[in-house]
Design a protein around this ligand. Structure first.
Ligand SMILES: Cc1ncc(COP(=O)(O)O)c(C=O)c1O
Length: 477
C-alpha cells in the first residue's frame, strides 16, 4: 500500500504542465496546439509574436471573425431548410462588443447587418457607408434607451434613406420620430421587457416595454399611423442562449406576444432574438451550436404551424460570438512571490482590472494557458496584477477553482509567458481604451494578425503601448 502510494505520488509529481492539460482536456483542440513546448493560437506561433512585439500584448486574429459569422449563418440556414422554414435569417453584428474599425471592416465583409446602441454608433455607420462596406439595404437595428442625440442621428439616417429599424425601448420614444421623420412607412421594432432568470434580484428587465402594454401601445400609436409600420419584435435573454427551461419558456412567451400582435398587425414579420450566443471560455466548454440553433428554429416553426401564422424572419445580434474568439491577451510573469507556505503569486506585467475588466467586474473566466515551458512541472498559483487594488487578481478557471501553471525557477533563461484567450469582446469598451486607468497602467500594444492570399500569417501593429504623454494630456497637464 505504502509503495503504491509513493509510486502514485511520484508519478503525480513528475507530471508536467503538458500532461496536465492533455489529461484534463481534449487537447489539442480547435485553435490551440503545442509544438516544442510552445503554444500556438489559430496556428500563430505565439512565441514568435512575443519575440517580435513583447508583452503585455493584445492580439486580434481577424480571420476568426468571418469564420464565426459564416458558421452561424450556415447553421441557421441549414436548420431552416430542414423544417422548410419560410422566413429568412439575418445576422446582425452588435457594435458595442467591439467598435474598432478593424473589427467592423472585417465583420462587414460577410454580408451582415448592424445593431447599434449609441448616438456615436451612427457616425460609424456613415463612415462604413462612405467606404462602401455597407449599403442602404443593410439593416441598421437601433436598440437601447435613446437620448436626444441618438434619436436625432437615427432620424438623420432614416431621412437619408438608410434601412433603419429603431427598436422602441420605452413608450415616449416614438414621439421624436413622429415629429422629425420626413418619409412615410418607417419600420419600427418593439423590445419586450423580459422576465429575468429566477436567481436575479429583480423580476423584469428595465429595458423594453412591459409585455402587457404592447398591444394597446401598438393600437394607440402605430396601427393607423401612416408614418410607421411595425415590423419586428425583439427580446434579449440576459443569461444567453442556453438549453434551459427558462430560455425555452421565455422564447415561447415572446412567441405568444408575437402571435397576439400578428393578429392585428399584418406588417409584423420579424423576430429579433438578440445576442447571447456563448463562446468557449474553457477548454472543457461543451455547447452544441447545431442543436441549439435547430431547436430555436424548430420551436418557432412549430409554434407558427400550430397557430396558423407565417414564420417570422429571424434576426440575431451576436456580439461576443462574433468577436470574442478572435482575441487573445498575453502577459509575462515578471516575478514569483511566496507569501506564505501555501500561496504563490505570479505577478503579471499589467493589470486584470485595466486589461480584462470582466474578470474583475463579473468574475468572467477565459481560457488561460501557458505560452511556453509546457515541459515543466506545474503548480497551483494566484495571478496578480500590478495595480494596488487587492481585487486585481485571477485565481480560478471556468472548470476548476484553481489556476495551474508551469513551475519555473528564478534563474530560468526564458520567462514564463501566459495567454488569456477569447478575450475579443467588451474588454476595451469596459476598460475605456486609451484612457487613464487604475495606477496609470498603460493600455497594452495591440496587433492584428491576418492571412494573405497564400494563407501566410501577416501581422500589423494597430497601437503602440500607451504613452505617459497621452495620459498626462487627458489629465490636463
Ligand atoms: C440588445 C442586445 N443585443 C445584443 C447584445 C449582445 O450580446 P452578446 O455579446 O452576448 O452576443 C446585447 C448585450 O448586452 C444586448 O443588450
Amino acid at each position: 500500500m505504502k509503495e503504491q502510494k509513493e509510486r502514485i505520488y511520484k508519478e503525480t509529481k513528475e507530471k508536467n504542465y503538458s500532461d496536465l492539460i492533455n489529461q484534463t482536456f481534449n487537447f489539442p483542440q480547435e485553435g490551440f496546439k503545442v509544438t516544442d513546448n510552445e503554444l500556438s493560437f489559430n496556428d500563430i506561433p505565439l512565441m514568435d509574436i512575443i519575440k517580435q512585439y513583447g508583452t503585455p500584448l493584445k492580439i486580434t486574429y481577424l480571420p476568426k471573425i468571418g469564420q464565426q459569422i459564416q458558421k452561424a449563418k450556415k447553421l441557421f440556414n441549414v436548420a431552416m431548410a430542414k423544417v422548410d422554414y419560410k422566413g429568412k435569417y439575418f445576422y446582425c453584428y452588435c457594435t458595442k462588443s467591439s467598435h474598432f474599425s478593424f473589427i467592423t471592416d472585417e465583420v462587414l465583409k460577410n454580408d451582415v447587418h448592424i445593431e447599434t446602441s449609441s448616438a456615436f454608433d451612427i457616425p460609424i455607420i456613415k463612415e462604413q457607408f462612405k467606404k462602401k462596406h455597407l449599403s442602404k439595404d443593410t439593416y441598421i437595428i437601433c436598440n437601447g434607451y435613446k437620448r436626444p442625440l441618438y434619436q436625432q442621428n437615427i432620424v438623420e439616417l432614416i431621412n437619408e434613406g438608410f434601412n433603419v429599424i429603431p427598436v422602441l425601448d420605452h413608450k415616449k420614444e416614438i414621439d421624436y420620430y413622429q415629429k422629425h421623420i420626413k418619409v412615410p412607412k418607417t419600420k419600427l421594432g418593439i423590445r419586450i421587457s423580459t422576465e429575468e432568470e429566477p436567481s436575479f434580484l429583480f423580476y423584469s428587465s428595465r429595458l423594453g416595454i412591459r409585455h402587457t402594454d404592447i398591444l394597446s401601445y401598438y393600437k394607440e400609436k402605430i396601427k393607423d399611423n401612416p408614418k410607421f409600420e411595425l415590423k419586428l419584435l425583439h427580446f434579449f435573454i440576459n443569461t444567453g442562449i442556453k438549453d434551459t427551461i427558462y430560455y425555452w419558456t421565455e422564447l415561447i412567451k415572446c412567441m405568444n406576444i408575437y402571435l397576439e400582435l400578428k393578429k392585428i398587425c399584418p406588417t409584423l414579420d420579424s423576430l429579433n432574438i438578440g445576442g447571447g450566443m456563448p463562446i468557449r471560455n474553457s477548454l472543457g466548454f461543451e455547447y452544441d451550436y447545431e442543436y441549439m440553433i435547430e431547436e430555436i428554429v424548430e420551436q418557432i416553426k412549430s409554434f407558427c404551424t400550430q397557430n396558423e401564422i407565417d414564420e417570422p424572419n429571424i434576426f440575431t445580434e451576436f456580439g461576443s460570438y462574433t468577436v470574442g474568439e478572435s482575441g487573445a491577451t498575453l502577459y509575462s510573469i515578471i516575478d514569483q512571490k511566496q507569501q506564505n507556505d501555501r500561496e504563490t503569486w505570479y505577478m503579471i506585467d499589467s493589470s486584470f482590472i485595466t486589461t480584462l475588466p470582466d474578470t474583475w467586474g463579473i468574475n468572467q473566466r477565459f481560457i488561460l494557458l501557458a505560452v511556453n515551458h509546457w515541459d515543466k512541472p506545474f503548480q497551483n498559483v494566484n495571478l496578480g496584477g500590478l495595480t494596488c487594488d487587492s481585487m486585481d487578481y485571477y485565481n480560478s478557471e471556468a472548470h476548476t477553482n484553481q489556476v495551474f501553471l508551469p513551475k519555473i525557477s528564478d534563474d530560468e533563461k526564458q520567462p514564463l509567458y501566459i495567454g488569456f484567450f477569447h478575450t475579443g469582446a467588451y474588454q476595451e469598451s469596459l476598460a475605456g481604451y486609451g484612457g487613464t486607468q487604475h495606477c496609470l497602467i498603460p493600455a497594452p500594444k495591440h496587433i492584428l494578425v491576418d492571412r494573405d492570399e497564400k494563407g501566410e500569417i501577416t501581422t500589423r501593429l494597430f497601437a503602440k503601448e500607451q504613452s505617459y504623454k497621452s495620459m498626462l494630456k487627458i489629465l490636463g497637464y
